[in-house]
Ligand binder design. Structure first.
Ligand code: CA
Length: 236
């Protein structure tokens, strides 16, 4: 099914992974399995997943470190699989930003129920607070923050406003004057090169975010239209 939520399973024990993949597929999810942390991260960078099921004890790195790495680039929900009490303590401490955990041995049904619950919760939150623009941007207007390819951008006030204006109508070309009028409080005091300077820093931040998201080769989202102004494209 094309719109089944894609779930990345990172687990080194084949028997457990097989059981999980089978259970998830039966429940209407689209699971993919990787047996090491490195392969898991690689798979995650290449394509989006709605949720990651992550074994704490992986052969090449700990699930905790992997989660930390994931958190630098995305807010994807993480469900930990834990084998020992000491692991559970750390997960429950929530220092790692995991969303939930299941202790081994578990029933596959328990895992799919947790997955469903987490997705329901996170979807409810993101629908309330953010809106997705195309495949690459999500804007939280209340918090004045923007994510690009899942990575939160650290924007100045005017960078945020500029981007928000462009994102309000993707593809439309805005002149510098229009951008100035819509994004600045006192447009009279600014000049064309103020817009250009902010576009330049915005582009650098978007580029850095794309690298973090593992999409360094992707096209620039902000387009320059010679003599006319700027527009934003939202397709990958
Ligand atoms: Ca393991």
């Amino acid at each position: 099914m094309a719109d089944s939520p894609r779930i990345l399973v990172i687990e080194d024990e084949t028997a457990i992974a097989d059981t999980l993949v089978y259970a998830l597929r039966t429940e209407g999810f689209a699971p993919e399995w990787r047996a090491t942390g490195r392969e898991g991260l690689e798979a995650f960078s290449k394509q989006g997943f709605a949720l990651v099921i992550l074994d704490v004890g992986l052969p090449d790195m700990s699930g905790f470190d992997l989660c930390r790495e994931l958190r630098t680039r995305t807010a994807v929900p993480v469900l930990f699989l834990t084998a020992r009490n000491s692991e559970i303590d750390r997960v429950v401490g929530l220092e790692l930003g995991g969303d939930d955990y299941v202790a081994k041995p578990f029933s596959p049904r328990e895992v799919t129920a947790r997955v469903r619950a987490i997705l329901r919760r996170t979807n409810a939150v993101s629908q309330r607070e953010c809106h997705l623009i195309g495949d690459t941007f999500s804007v939280d207007e209340e918090r004045k923050t923007v994510r690009f390819r899942g990575v939160a951008l650290e924007l100045t006030r005017y960078e945020y406003r500029l981007l928000a204006v462009l994102l309000a109508r993707p593809g439309r070309v805005y002149s510098r004057d229009e951008l100035m009028t819509q994004a600045w409080e006192d447009p009279g005091a600014s000049m064309d090169r103020t817009v250009d300077a902010h576009i330049k820093t915005l582009r650098a931040k978007l580029r850095a975010a794309a690298v973090t998201a593992g999409c360094a080769d992707a096209a620039e989202p902000i387009q320059t239209h010679r003599g006319e102004g700027y527009s934003v494209r939202i397709t990958p």
